[in-house]
Design a protein around this ligand. Structure first.
Ligand code: HEC
Length: 671
């Protein structure tokens, strides 16, 4: 991609305080009713699969969290009253969430739909947030003060009606505990009743908490170090990209609070697919058990215990060249680049002549970064020599590098085409780390000796006429491609710039059913990952692959270069992209029987796909936007078959297809 994304390392505000239960005991005492002084940073996903990171809401004057349990009348009543508070404090910018540590996301989503709940439910499926907050029951309200490091300004029932087991919400509350606490936080005054210990509502079971005494027995040597070895050390070792080397217990112990924070906020390991959607062969994330073990061990004080320190005895160095396939057939050396000690570096674009003799087919690509600690990622593209006749099978990406990825091996029997001639281009993202370094990256290409049976294809789902209004916090853009024949999906790659907040890929099968294939609840523009499907997915003829991007163009997005800008498509840092690459094969295509016709038909479907919000395959007047808006006034005359929507044929008759297609082609720079 030629996108110029400046490399600002805007990491979320680090909340140093580990939520500790050492704080104020509720009046009736006992360890089980301890309330933490502060709530440490976390990220949870709501029932609509949008991620919420506490530190992202640093700007809010107050945050209200309430524990919820599906199917309980008290929770439903409390949710209704919480929604009223939410409405009352909307103008003041107070944020409201429910936390459900008792149910699955599907259960919580069903309840939101059935009871029309208005306050979002954050699903605490690992129970780590509920454990940290020491949630005991449903209906417990926490009023947090973001300006005081997320201090728990109030904990207790919503109001005195909820001090009774069967709350009667017909009468107004006599003591509006939560509302008074919010008022006090907004006025920066002490809260009159910071802890109200009335115990109502059903208890929520936290099996982990029952075993808390065992956490200090978790073995560093046998349990913790092997997890770190497997999931972190590839990057956090000598020569790796991680900012510190996990090569001894002492280092791990020193970084333990920070490690806890990165795991609780799902920043590390860097893999951002929602674990409930899809299965990925390159999934590097922690399993639920691994995450719990790590957090519990850290919370128990990260004890050393007995046994060997395998991080020390097995400490190694990131290998220069992955060895699975031996020496590459062709090695390309990119021009050198001097990375300064500090500052922001715009994307660097390096272009080299196509090094392959004649038409080539890639079977694997390995990157050998010259300055691993500062090379964040590389994307690439192929541009043909325009003086030659167009190739039968067009070229696309010639590999991408992300830290820790090692070698990219394409699916068995497939290959990526690189037609003869032309150029290979590389877009390099560098981050500075305090010391100047010179990068000379080498790329090793493994070629197929004969053309493969199967052509690995690429296409981009995008909306080139995207428009994000200035200041909008959760702006949605959708676009799809409709597959004109059966295909097998291999790999997917979302891409946006600084305002990208969340992204989802769904498939809409011809029966109209929509199912998610990839969900990234909280996008991180620093990590341009490919998500490789564990098993190729059959995309049936007539299926739409639809992408939904959510953008945060508000002043509250710490990475936003300019919240006052109405943002449109562009490659510069201040522009955006609504971009999503998919890699697949046509089931009916082999290299002896090339189906460029299918590819062309697929691409044609974009002309409808980026406007057709209700995904019915044609454009109603309200869907005619941007350059298409002009068609509205002539709609009746253009709708030749009078079905209330414009299809491809009717658009072509209106003279729209060609220009749009040309415009769209420009978004295909790098696939
Ligand atoms: C794919 C490479 C990679 C893997 C795997 C990885 N890290 Fe990191 N880690 C990084 C990079 C790069 C950074 C620098 C910050 C960034 O770019 O997001 C980092 C930063 C960190 C930080 C510092 C955070 C900060 O705010 O400065 C901690 C702590 C951390 N990682 C812990 C872990 C743990 C624990 C694991 C395993 C469970 C892990 N990392 C796995 C690459 C990795």
């Amino acid at each position: 991609m030629r996108a110029v994304l400046g490399a600002v390392a805007v990491s979320a505000v680090v909340i140093a305080t580990v939520g500790s239960a050492s704080g104020s005991a509720a009046p009736n005492g006992g360890a089980s009713s301890m309330t933490p002084d502060h709530v440490g940073d976390f990220q949870l996903t709501d029932t609509t699969r949008i991620g919420h990171r506490l530190s992202y809401y640093q700007y809010a004057p107050a945050i209200v969290l309430m524990s919820h349990k599906v199917g309980s009348p008290l929770s439903i009543a409390a949710a209704g009253e919480l929604a009223k508070l939410q409405a009352a404090y909307k103008d003041k910018g107070v944020l409201f969430y429910m936390i459900d540590s008792a149910d699955t996301r599907d259960q919580a989503a069903a309840e939101v739909a059935a009871k029309k709940l208005e306050v979002p439910i954050l699903v605490d499926d690992l129970q780590l947030v509920g454990e940290q907050m020491n949630i005991q029951r449903e209906g417990e309200v926490f009023v947090l003060d973001p300006k005081a490091n997320f201090q728990v300004a109030y904990r207790g029932p919503l109001d005195d009606r909820f001090s009774k087991a069967a709350p009667d919400t017909r009468a107004p509350a006599a003591k509006a505990y939560a509302a008074s606490a919010i008022d006090a936080v907004l006025a920066r005054q002490p809260v009159a009743n910071p802890r109200v210990a009335d115990k109502v509502g059903q208890t929520i079971a936290f099996p982990g908490r029952a075993h808390a005494a065992d956490f200090e027995k978790i073995s560093y040597s046998e349990t913790v170090a092997p997890i770190l070895q497997k999931k972190c050390v590839t990057c956090h070792q000598k020569g790796g990209i991680g900012p510190f080397q996990m090569n001894s217990y002492e280092v791990v112990k020193g970084f333990a609070p920070m490690m806890r924070e990165t795991v609780m906020t799902k920043r590390m390991p860097p893999f951002f697919a929602d674990p409930h959607v899809g299965k990925w062969s390159n999934d590097t994330s922690l399993t639920p058990d691994e995450a719990k073990t790590l957090i519990h061990w850290i919370e128990a004080g990260a004890p050393r215990g007995q046994g060997e320190d395998i991080l020390k005895t097995h400490a190694g160095e990131a290998p220069e060249w992955p060895t699975q396939l031996g020496k590459p057939d062709v090695i390309v050396q990119l021009p050198s680049f001097n990375v300064p000690a500090s500052g922001v570096i715009e994307y660097q674009h390096m272009v080299v002549d196509n090094p392959f003799k004649g038409d080539a087919w890639l079977r694997a690509v390995a990157f050998q970064p010259g300055a691993r600690p500062v090379l964040h990622h590389i994307t690439s593209g192929y541009s043909p020599d325009r003086s030659l006749p167009p190739a039968d099978i067009p070229g696309s990406s010639v590999g991408s590098y992300v830290p820790g990825a090692g070698i990219q091996v394409y699916n068995e029997g497939t290959g990526a085409p690189v037609p003869a001639g032309g150029k290979l281009s590389f877009s390099m993202h560098y981050t500075t780390n305090g010391r100047p370094m010179t990068d000379v990256t080498k790329i090793g290409y493994y070629l197929l000796k004969t053309p493969p049976e199967i052509i690995r294809r690429a296409a981009v789902i995008s909306n080139p006429i995207m428009a994000i209004p200035a200041g909008e916090a959760r702006h949605k853009e959708v676009a799809y491609l409709e597959f004109p024949a059966d295909a097998l999906l291999y790999s997917v790659h979302p891409h946006a710039h600084y305002r990208g907040y969340a992204v989802e890929l769904t498939q809409i099968t011809p029966d109209g059913k929509e199912t998610p294939l990839l969900s990234v609840p909280k996008y991180d523009f620093n990590w341009q990952l490919d998500y490789d499907l564990a098993e190729p997915l059959l995309v049936k003829k007539g299926t739409k692959l639809r992408v939904k991007w959510i953008y945060d163009n508000s002043v509250h997005n710490p990475a936003n270069p300019d919240p006052k800008l109405n943002v449109t498509w562009g490659e510069q840092t201040w522009n955006e992209m609504m971009y999503f690459r998919v890699n697949y094969r046509w089931v009916d295509e082999t290299s002896h029987h090339v189906r460029n016709d299918l590819q062309a038909k697929l691409m044609e479907s974009r002309i409808i796909g980026f406007l057709d919000e209700n995904a019915d395959g044609k454009l109603q007047p309200s869907e005619l936007k941007g350059p298409y808006a002009a068609l509205r006034s002539r709609f009746a005359e253009l709708d030749l078959n009078h079905d209330g929507g414009l299809d491809l044929k009717e658009l072509a008759a209106a003279g729209m297809t060609h220009g749009a297609a040309k415009r769209l082609a420009e978004t295909d720079v790098e696939q």
